[in-house]
Design a protein around this ligand. Sequence first.
Ligand code: MG
Length: 383
Amino acid sequence: MRDRNELDAQQEASLAPFAVRASKSRGRLLDEGEAPYRGPFQRDRDRIIHCAAFRRLEYKTQVFVSVMEGDHYRNRLTHTMEVTQIARTIARAMGLNEDLVEVLGLAHDLGHGPFGHSGEDALDEMMRDHGGFDHNIQGLRIVDRVERRYPDFIGLNLSYETREGFTKNLSALERGALKFAATERPPLEVQLVEHADEIAYNTHDLEDGLVSGALREDAVREVALWMDTEKEVTGEHPILARDQSLRWRAVVRRLIAKLATDMIRASETRLRAHAIETLEEVRACPESLMVFSAEMTERKSELERFLFQHFYRSSKVSSHTLIWQARLKEVFKVYQNDPRLLPEDHRERTLSQGEPLERIICDYVAGMTDRFAERVWETYCRA
Ligand code: MG
């Protein structure tokens, strides 16, 4: 069996000088020693895959409410797998730490509640006087405080760099409050996963939108990035002009490749322009170093505006999400009115961790899958 030193040396020989190195990880909140043949980020990945919050991603809404819209579209688990694969591919091409990128991808949506962004808005409203709700901060709560799997500590006791993935959108003040180095920027691996998330949802939302009928193809063709890509692929394969669903898949596939390639090139250009040679220089650089080119940023914004106006707010999507936004608030109130309905291990946390009841209810409701929340609503709220 190869030991850790050998495995670390092998991996690190292939890494770019500015990548995160497993052997230099800043470690876990509680030191557990090293595993014999798994690096810290592989170990974190295994902890994420085996945790309850990860399994529940399968029954959580990405855009379409899963309990109402059936099985054709992305859910949070399949979205998570797409993000992770896109991110790993880019990481390997740039010599970044693929193990770290993998766990960051797998964990990036753990903090989402049921019913997608509508669910998040509902929870944020219910928590208005108690610190609000944000899915990134919630992700960190899950891995630090909510999951219970180990006798010696609460949470999953993940590595600093893995936990840092949840801080990507936070200000220096907020990072500091969560005990991360306030003025530092996250490593390239964290910056990369944020963009891989955008690549995945922008492209798969186009596909799900078209397949569901929420988006019309002639409307999508007004987006320059789509139209140019469609011309490209139908030019190469004339059959695509006649076969609609094959055409959509070909365009989406090409779009992912275009966005990924653009990001690799633009980021490498920027790394060179800033003469970045070490991880410390990445952390000290006030600007994002993982970027799309200026041209692609503009085209991507056009696409995102289109999706916002024509897809996320379309009646096909919002008629269901708005119903559940209202119902999730009713579910929250069930536990506010009678905290005895909370499972015992959750109730205990109000006492043992000294947290307000609302935060514990929020953890519990945010942890629900769409179908579990629906069952609770049917049991306690249906008039
Ligand atoms: Mg995501």
